[in-house]
Design a protein around this ligand. Structure first.
Ligand SMILES: Nc1nc2c(ncn2[C@@H]2O[C@H](COP(=O)(O)OP(=O)(O)OP(=O)(O)O)[C@@H](O)[C@H]2O)c(=O)[nH]1
Ligand SMILES: [Mg+2]
Length: 176
């Protein structure tokens, strides 16, 4: 875990933890600050990021990221995108077919993507990535592309100050 703001404290997450396939993993954490006015420090989990990128082999990489206002459905939307990419990954020719599963459209979405929930309380903290790239074959003639999916902490809410918002949006752009 690398501190990309100031040097302080030890990372809370264990360093040697392996990536679980088919889950979201936190790559940027904002550490609690000592006062309400002070911005939280950003910690980048370089080990996880490196492991994730190594799974993309030598394929060209594309990143899908949603950043923006909190509590608007970013994680919910990305969970559908995961579902779509899973169907696309199974396809040989870039056709995802019935990825929404029209026969069973109400298959529960919970625990099948990024964490989302109802209510006013912030759900996503820091920046998260899906734990594996989706290797998508665009057509029978074109080389595959590795797609990474990234979810971010909501902005423009009472929990996140201006500097933190800029860092989250700036970092998500840098990583994409
Ligand atoms: N049915 C439906 N529900 C939605 C839609 N967009 C958002 N929601 C609901 O809105 C709530 C908030 O969604 P989240 O995905 O957690 O929102 P978020 O923007 O990621 O929130 P933070 O991580 O806190 O910034 C969830 O209960 C979703 O089910 C939508 O297009 N359709
Ligand atoms: Mg969210």
């Amino acid at each position: 875990m690398e501190d990309i703001t100031h040097v302080s404290g030890k990372p809370k997450q264990p360093q040697g933890k392996r990536l679980q396939p088919g889950s979201a993993v936190q790559i940027v954490r904002l550490e609690n600050s000592t006062s309400i006015e002070a911005s939280r420090n950003l910690k980048l989990n370089t080990q996880v990021l490196r492991e994730l990128l190594s799974k993309a082999d030598d394929y060209p990489i594309a990143v899908i990221v949603i950043a923006g206002p909190g509590r608007k459905g970013k994680s919910f939307m990305l969970t559908y995108i995961i579902r779509y990419l899973q169907a696309l990954e199974r396809s040989e020719d870039g056709d995802a077919g019935d990825w929404m599963d029209k026969v069973n459209p109400d298959i529960p979405m919970k625990n099948k993507g990024f964490t989302f929930r109802n209510g006013m309380d912030r759900t996503t903290d820091g920046i998260w990535m899906w734990s594996k790239p989706f290797i998508i074959k665009r057509s029978k003639t074109e080389p595959p592309v590795a797609v990474l999916v990234m979810d971010t902490e909501g902005c423009f809410d009472p929990y996140t100050n201006e500097q933190e918002q800029s860092s989250i949006i700036g970092l998500s752009l840098l990583l994409s």
